[in-house]
Design a protein around this ligand. Structure first.
Ligand code: SAH
Length: 621
């Protein structure tokens, strides 16, 4: 199920007012976990919730309870239903309209911040429909600037978001000054984009029409300026904190805010807090972290006293066993070597206690997200052989990792803003490790393999690497999306060769000792399995297929049907029907699957049939 990809849009309400619309939405509701609302007159159907009276009143009554609304009805009707309810694009739910036949899915309202554009793409793939996205950034192949940092957990700061978005959609030159945070998004912009990175002064001809700051600094933009500006704050600041026992949450919050103001830092750029083990139960700190959704990193005194800090204190050392709490904890938490704010001691009139704050800057931002690994099989070739669930996974992922050939095949499923990383076919391990690294950081990562991802594909390698890293089986969450593997694809092109017991054997001895492969060939031949040979011959491995043929000839008739299927479901597909005896006279390469029939497999016209036994059976089996 691809339900987890829809998780961030939950709760989703789906609305249908006719039997046809219900038919279209019902399977979708199952795969997205949406609640389906129907009028009372249609309440005899299973798994629906009914509303009484006017739909307009009903929508108004549930408007604030759902994050997304999927209407299966005329766009105009939807516009009238929601007109009096929509307020502001930063708060409104995603609104989507589809036609009753499920041909089109229209992102109607809150495309960016409400997530309607993304949900539209996912639903379209699920329904096999065309997504209708009318936003300008989509047609430019760009991620919306107001959602740019969401995958990385950045916080949106103040600014003229409408002004900057408008400049981008006009294709004007946009200056981006990124001081902190991941630059992966920069590497994945379409060719010909109009972003300009860096500080350098613009000469007259390329003067910027808008500016985007990506930094820890909280900037106040003058409202009368001609140049619209916005700011994103990646969460890179680790606040080391120490305090007297019983210090209030209020003082802690105030102290952090004061220090941030003093150093022009945005509190939105805070990744989390760090302190000493002794303070792990300090109520004020715990309350503040809980309310602000900040992680709290705890370190013991032995660890903290090893850190070099600018302002060690012998008094602190006598008390807690380390000369520094705030400064040392900030440095350890951020994995930085130095501080951007040395220790500051803050007191507040009328509030008991005192707080020590120090801040360090981490290279990598804290995303605050739990990553996922989607192990996706894309099928043998053309996209009509991929499952809708796999399409949803690919479109929904923040990052996609795979071998470049497969990535080319799925290009039409990609959306602006995704991080695409292709690695050569020889670097499978690096690919798996990179996927895990990104998922541990918080991204939803799709690892794609052709065919099925778990059959001589990347999925197994990712699982092995996870196990080697001591994975707990839960985080990052793993989901496997099956695909049509080569043996199934090849078989379908020649008829029904797999109607009886069959097996697949890879002839590649790069990772498997040849003796093992030979043993399995022998066993398959003896056992009369229909056998599919994967990786049958490469430029350097030419003898394996010869030995395989010899082994099968020991047990099967030379006339046993053999199919040589090259590049099934790809534009250069080639199919040859031959026999066990003559199979080596034809071209066999790494894009080929060789199917060898069992002792009753036969050819008929241009087809291969392996009888199941129905026509000879005397009784029902
Ligand atoms: N994960 C893939 C298999 C990867 S091993 C799957 O499930 O299909 C690579 C081998 O798969 C190739 O050497 C070839 O034997 C086979 N193969 C993959 N795609 C193929 C296709 N479109 N047509 C024929 N064979 C294919």
């Amino acid at each position: 199920m691809s339900q987890s990809l829809f998780a961030r849009f939950q709760p989703i309400a789906a609305i249908a007012t006719t039997p046809k619309a219900i038919q279209t939405l019902q399977p979708l509701c199952q795969s997205t976990n949406a609640t389906l609302f129907v009028p009372e007159s249609l309440s005899n159907l299973p798994n629906v919730q009914t509303y009484t009276g006017s739909l307009k009143k009903h929508i108004a009554s549930i408007w604030s309870e759902y994050r997304a609304f999927v209407f299966c009805m005329a766009t105009g009707a939807v516009v009238r239903l929601i007109a009096s309810l929509i307020e502001d694009k930063s708060r409104d739910p995603a609104v989507i309209a589809t036609d009753q036949d499920g041909y089109f899915v229209n992102s109607l309202c809150s495309g960016h911040q409400g997530g309607a554009d993304e949900l539209t793409r996912l639903i379209a793939h699920q329904l096999g429909a065309t997504p209708v996205l009318t936003g300008a950034s989509t047609s430019l192949g760009l991620p919306g600037i107001d959602i740019l940092g969401l995958p990385f957990g950045w916080c949106k700061g103040s600014g003229d978001w409408t002004g900057v978005s408008a400049a981008i959609s006009r294709g004007e030159t946009i200056q981006v000054i990124q001081e902190v945070g991941s630059t992966l998004w920069q590497d994945n912009l379409p060719e010909g984009h109009s972003f300009y990175f860096g500080f350098e002064e613009f000469n007259e001809s390329i003067s910027p029409q808008a500016r985007i700051w990506i930094s820890t600094t909280k900037r106040q933009f003058a409202s009368d300026t001609k140049l619209p500006k916005v700011q994103w704050h990646p969460r890179v600041l680790w606040v080391g904190i120490g305090c007297e026992r019983g210090t209030s949450r209020k003082l802690i919050e105030e102290a952090i805010a004061q220090v941030c103001t003093r150093y022009h830092l945005a509190t939105d750029a805070i990744a989390g807090l760090a302190t000493i083990e002794l303070k792990a139960d300090e109520v004020g700190i715990l309350d503040y972290c809980r309310d602000r959704n900040f992680p709290l990193k705890i370190f013991n005194a032995e660890m903290l006293c090893q850190v070099n800090v600018p302002n060690p204190s012998s008094i602190v050392e006598q008390e807690v066993g380390t000369p520094s709490v705030a400064e040392a904890a900030a440095i350890v938490a951020s994995q930085a070597s130095s501080l951007i704010v040395p220790k500051q001691i803050i007191k507040l009139d009328g509030e008991p206690g005192a707080v020590t704050v120090a801040i360090a800057l981490s290279d990598l931002e804290y995303t605050g997200r739990t990553g996922q690994l989607l192990l996706v099989g894309t099928g043998p070739g053309n996209l009509d052989q991929i499952t809708p669930a796999a399409k949803v996974a690919i479109t929904g992922a923040d990052a996609i990792i795979g071998y470049s050939l497969y990535l080319d095949l799925i290009e039409s499923l990609l959306r602006p803003g995704q991080i695409i990383e292709s690695l050569p076919i020889t670097q499978e391990r690096q690919r798996a490790q990179r996927a895990i690294e990104l998922a541990q950081w918080g991204l939803t990562v799709a690892v794609v393999s052709s065919g099925d991802c778990g059959i001589y594909g990347m999925a197994g390698l990712v699982m092995e690497e996870l196990q080697a890293k001591g994975w707990d089986g839960k985080v990052p969450k793993v989901e496997v999306f099956p695909g049509i593997t080569a043996v199934i694809a090849a078989a379908s092109r020649v008829g029904t060769p797999l109607m009886h017991d069959f097996c697949t054997i890879s002839l590649s001895d790069l990772l498997t000792p040849w003796e093992v492969i030979e043993k399995r060939l022998e066993a398959a031949a003896v056992g009369d399995f229909v056998t599919a040979l994967y990786n049958p011959r490469s430029q350097t491995r030419t003898q394996q297929i010869v030995i395989a043929q010899q082994i099968f000839l020991k047990y099967r008739h030379p006339n046993t049907p053999v199919a040589i299927v090259q590049s099934a479901y790809r534009p250069d597909e080639q199919i040859t029907l031959t026999t066990l005896e003559e199979m080596l006279e034809y071209s066999i390469d790494m894009l080929t699957t060789v199917l060898i029939g069992n002792c009753s497999t036969r050819t008929y016209a241009d087809w291969i049939i392996t009888p199941r036994g129905y026509l000879t059976a005397t009784s029902d089996q």
